[in-house]
Design a protein around this ligand. Structure first.
Ligand code: TXA
Ligand code: MG
Length: 324
């Protein structure tokens, strides 16, 4: 299996090369401010089909269409009037909007749904790639389905390098959590996935807001699956008082700030020594991935305050911990 070339995302020639690959129906992994995406020309059903294959992603799971600005977004979806203020405030940025789709969007992108997910990423390389390719780019996170999302180019190279055409390396992702998904389709705007845009900020702008993160019966977004974003190693959420370590066990600890008794654990990942949620979010997936490579018996994650980005962090940890 040949390995994808890794090129510098800040090199204009690499962007041109990536745009060419996309236009010819190939797959390019590219950095966004949230996580790395695996991009294909959204108008090319065959290229999009390859994205599903490479990720082993179920075909019923729709992709996010990435565009460079709100004007382009309007080519693909029908936005209600009030969406204008959301776009102006949060785009480019970690907010995905779900709206009724235009007929121009191939149904493989939306998995046959009449709605489409659209966002404008806030990463110069992502925007440059979309502009140079001259088309919307359909892109899920660049990881095998169900696993932790990639926040560095090497995460993509390790898992998908043999199956894609090019990886644009833009360094670690600044936010480190996927975009917040907001559906504008029903009578009241509804958050389907907690993510890089804190729900409180949407609430204060919109007033009326539903939050529906756990639609187990009929998931609208696989991010709503009980188990997702998951390490191979079993993960539990526990305080020190209730963690019950057995002496022979190799346990990794994932925590916000430095633990009292680091010697109790085989490995420790401190997400933010100063207790900053932004920093913790940016380090979360890299920390989980590192612990997952150490052949541990268990990972224990300390619970965090569920406000702002803390809500999305805890959401990911819960789904990772689910054994069902
Ligand atoms: O930050 C992000 O959103 C990253 C970067 C690459 O942009 N992308 C990402 O894509 O997380 P993905 O495919 O891993 O997650 C997209 C989520 C899925 O849970 C999918 O089900 C949901 O968006 N989704 C897409 N279209 C939808 C629709 N029409 N209705 C409801 N959910 C939808
Ligand atoms: Mg994903």
């Amino acid at each position: 299996m040949s390995l994808a070339r890794v090129a510098d995302a800040f090199d204009p020639e690499a962007i041109e090369e990536g745009a060419g690959v996309i236009r010819r129906g190939g797959l390019v992994a590219f950095p966004t401010e949230t996580v790395y995406g695996l991009g294909a020309d959204a108008g090319n059903a065959l290229a999009v089909a390859r994205v599903f294959e490479v990720k082993a992603r179920p075909r019923m799971d729709p992709l996010i269409l990435h565009v460079a600005d709100s004007e382009s977004a309007r080519l693909y979806g029908r936005f209600p009037q009030f969406a204008r203020t959301l776009m102006a405030r949060f785009w480019p940025g970690p907010l995905t909007l779900i709206v009724d789709r235009s007929p121009s969007v191939p149904s493989i992108v939306t998995a046959g749904l009449e709605t489409v997910a659209i966002r404008v990423p806030a990463h110069p390389a992502a925007l440059a790639l979309i502009r140079a390719a001259g088309c919307g780019i359909a892109a899920p996170s660049a990881n095998p389905f169900g696993y932790v999302s990639p926040t560095e180019a090497r995460h993509v190279a390790e898992q998908l390098g043999g199956a894609i055409d090019l990886i644009l390396d833009g360094g670690p992702c600044a936010i480190g959590l996927e975009s917040t998904i907001l559906s504008l389709v029903g009578p009241t705007p509804c958050v389907l996935r907690a993510g890089g845009t804190p729900i409180e900020e949407l609430q204060s702008m919109l007033g009326r807001l539903d939050v529906w993160l756990n639609a187990e019966e009929r998931p609208q977004a696989p991010g709503q699956l009980k188990r997702h974003y998951a390490t191979q190693t079993r993960l539990e959420i526990a305080e020190e008082a209730t963690e019950h370590l057995r002496p022979e066990e190799k346990v990794g600890l994932l925590c916000m700030t430095s633990p009292q008794n680091p010697q109790r654990y085989a490995a420790v990942e401190v997400l933010s020594p100063s207790g900053n949620l932004r920093e913790a979010a940016a380090n979360l997936f890299r920390g989980l991935r590192r612990l997952d490579t150490l052949s541990l018996d268990r990972i224990i994650a300390r619970p965090m305050q569920e406000a702002g980005l803390g809500l999305a962090i805890m959401d990911r940890l819960r789904r990772c911990s689910c054994r069902e």
